[in-house]
Write a protein that binds this ligand. Sequence first.
Ligand SMILES: [Zn+2]
Length: 155
Amino acid sequence: MEFRPQPTRNRNSQENQSLCNDGRCRTKKRRLAIITAVIIVALPLIFLYLYIDPASEEYGRWFPKCLVHTLTGLSCPSCGAQRAFHALLSGNPLEALRQNWFLLFSGLYLCGLGVSRLYWNKIPKVGQFFWGRTGGLIYVGVYIGWFIVRNILGV
Ligand SMILES: [Zn+2]
């Protein structure tokens, strides 16, 4: 079963009427609420990771620790993400990659999701790949593979 997101713009005037209330569309309100929530959550985090190094001795203890690493000593696929985010915001993308190579794959996959969602009508096969079972299984496979490889190689 393939997941197909609903189109962002509805050109059918009858359906548009049912979405609007008092001249304001619910979809616009919902979109504005999502954007506002993302800004409220994202901006403080961006400033936090921009100015404070989560690996520093002084402030590092205040950042969340990985439960997998704490309990098992193994590095999970996400280990190093906070340090990588700090390095990326500090203008050091190579250091960010050194901290966690999987973030590059995740970032590219996230871009694929976004672009295929925006241009679903023009590139439906790409959208079906990223939003469907095949893309999801590939992502999970790479996630598990990275978990194994990074613990064998110690990266
Ligand atoms: Zn971890």
